[in-house]
Design a protein around this ligand. Structure first.
Ligand SMILES: C[S@@+](CC[C@H](N)C(=O)[O-])C[C@H]1O[C@@H](n2cnc3c(N)ncnc32)[C@H](O)[C@@H]1O
Length: 259
């Protein structure tokens, strides 16, 4: 039995930890505890719950209203790791500047960033989005169609990225990717970047935007960028999607070719 005096001695420490890491506690509460509780009560996954909300609070064929509905749901009701509106604007701006014709997205989840990318593409451009989770891919497919994009504009590929990337040339006739958005598991960033390089899918000027390089973080990926000399790159500082206190960043890379 712990004496009350010893228990009391821990109170200041606990309070300090609570204050210092309050944003992480809030995130854990919203992303894990609320989710588990709602999964049990509704019998739906959080992606299906988000989809139900978007379906009933957006206008079919209007990508803006779909993104708005997602943003309301994720900021007010239930956390989902969409890129969100703030970092989304950085993505929008780069797409507007680059006008890429061939775009690859790694990690679609519910299709939020997929819609964000597709609505910014110039006429005739094509987005290939890779999602390995069948359930998430099913939601993404419905969101893409709800937004009004057809197969000619967005192609969803349901498989892990390390299986798909080596087949992009042979199975999808891709020669060069103008823009790559990386937002899948952070441990895959470096191997997949090296796969893209090895398969010759990057050309001089290809842009890669990688989300969450500071939180949860992709240290090996950043270390490689510092060392390899293949990219001009910088980090756009931001906060984690749908939160204010957790610092995050997106890495923007421009491929310079083999030196
Ligand atoms: C952070 S979410 C993507 C969020 C999405 N980009 C957005 O902003 O709306 C990450 C997604 O990547 C998928 N994923 C993780 N690793 C993957 C891999 N190696 N290949 C394909 N999909 C992957 C997960 O199943 C998950 O749905």
């Amino acid at each position: 039995m712990v004496s009350p005096a010893i228990a009391l001695a821990f109170v200041p420490l606990l309070l300090t930890l609570l204050i210092r890491y309050r944003y992480f506690f809030v995130l854990f509460y919203r992303a894990v505890l609320v989710r588990v509780w709602r999964d049990c009560v509704t019998g739906l996954s959080r992606e299906e719950r988000a989809y139900q909300y978007v379906l009933t609070h957006s206008t079919p064929g209007d990508p803006d209203s779909i993104l708005d509905a997602f943003d309301v749901w994720c900021s007010k009701v239930e956390y989902i790791s969409n890129i969100g509106p703030k970092k989304g604007k950085i993505l929008d701006r780069l797409l507007m500047e680059q006008s890429p014709l061939t775009v690859l997205e790694l990690g679609a989840h519910c299709g939020y960033s997929t819609v964000r990318i597709a609505r910014a593409l110039p006429l005739g451009a094509r987005l290939y989005t890779i999602e390995m989770d069948q359930g998430n891919a099913a939601i993404t497919e419905k969101i893409i169609r709800l937004a009004g994009f057809d197969d000619d504009t967005v192609e969803l590929i349901v498989n892990p990225s390390d299986e798909v990337i080596p087949r992009l040339r042979s199975d999808y006739n891709l020669e060069r990717l103008d823009f790559v958005f990386m937002d899948h598991w952070k441990k895959c960033y470096l191997p997949d970047l090296q796969l893209l390089e090895g398969c010759g899918l990057l050309g001089k000027g290809s842009v890669i935007l990688a989300d969450n390089v500071l939180f949860p973080g992709a240290p090996k990926f950043l270390r490689y960028l510092r060392k390899c000399g293949l990219y001009e790159w910088k980090i756009h500082r931001a906060t984690l999607e749908y939160s204010t206190g957790i610092r995050d960043g997106m890495a923007e890379l421009i491929y310079q070719g083999i030196k």
